[in-house]
Ligand binder design. Structure first.
Ligand code: SAM
Length: 259
């Protein structure tokens, strides 16, 4: 067993979402992403307004369909996309605190009758076979411990012809603190039963992530102040994220159709 296997991601994300959303992180993302920052969606990712428009258009869903959002976090992206197309939404995440937050968000938006949030993972969504018209996933697939297993599970729950639209990263090296990464998701998608319709590097992703990391490091005292965390640990974590960033080849927006 290697050190990366020992990270309990459910515990990590349960703690993240158990705390209030970081105002410092929101300020930094706003500064770097500008108009591209989806300020109202309480995201915990690098997802942009352009990505969200692609999720909406490229899932090719219509009113009455069902979208699954895997690694849904606090639910903002899935709720936004499903509202654009008047679809139902099933959000899946491994962190109960995220699901609680997503349910509260759906309630506030008056979408509780069309949106549910369930515990599950990329490997085991808990959803029946051929039960959803589309799957979306924003910046979450990199946490799946086995990408082939995850993609097979997404193919299983999709109807034939249904679309997967996801943002994630290809890697040219394995970061020490992360689940196993892959250099290119396309062979895995094909093997799982998908036809790849688009595989697009997203705009300015590297510059943006580098700048966000720099500004977060500069704001370490404010981050420690709002979270009660230890500045040294926050710095170590941000430095590790910077090393991980150097192992990323590209951030991709994947559009794949279930055969
Ligand atoms: C970077 S966050 C993105 C959250 C959300 N999509 C957003 O844009 O705000 C990654 C999410 O993936 C979830 N996650 C991590 N490992 C997972 C797994 N194996 N299966 C499903 N979700 C997972 C985390 O709990 C977290 O909510």
């Amino acid at each position: 067993m290697t050190s990366m296997d020992r990270i309990d991601w459910a515990a990590v994300f349960t703690a993240v979402y158990g705390a209030p959303s970081s105002a410092v992180m929101a300020r930094v993302h706003t500064e770097v992403l500008g108009d591209e920052y989806p300020a109202d969606l309480d995201v915990y990712s690098f997802v942009t307004k352009t990505d969200l428009r692609r999720f909406t258009a490229d899932t090719q869903v219509s009113a009455g369909d069902t979208i699954a959002d895997i690694g849904c976090g606090r639910g903002g992206p899935g709720l936004w996309v499903s509202a654009q197309r008047n679809t139902s939404l099933i959000g899946i995440d491994i962190a109960e605190t995220a699901l609680d937050s997503a349910r509260r968000r759906a309630e506030t938006l008056g979408r509780s009758d069309r949106a549910e949030f369930r515990f599950g993972s990329f490997a085991e969504t808990g959803l029946p076979s051929t039960s959803v018209n589309a799957v979306m996933s924003a910046d979450s697939l990199l946490f799946a411990p086995d990408k082939a297993v995850a993609l097979a599970e997404l193919a299983r729950i999709l109807v034939p012809g249904g679309r997967l639209v996801a943002t994630t990263w290809d890697f040219h090296g394995q970061p020490v603190n992360m689940p196993p990464q892959v250099p290119d998701h396309r062979p895995l998608l094909e093997a799982a039963g998908f036809d790849v319709r688009a595989y697009d590097e997203t705009d300015a992703w590297r510059e943006r992530q580098i700048r966000i990391n720099e500004l977060m490091l500069e704001a370490v005292d404010a981050l420690a102040g709002e979270s009660g965390g230890e500045p040294d640990k926050i710095v170590a974590n941000l430095k590790q994220q910077r090393i991980t960033l150097d192992l990323m080849t590209r951030r991709v927006l994947i559009v794949a159709e279930r055969r």
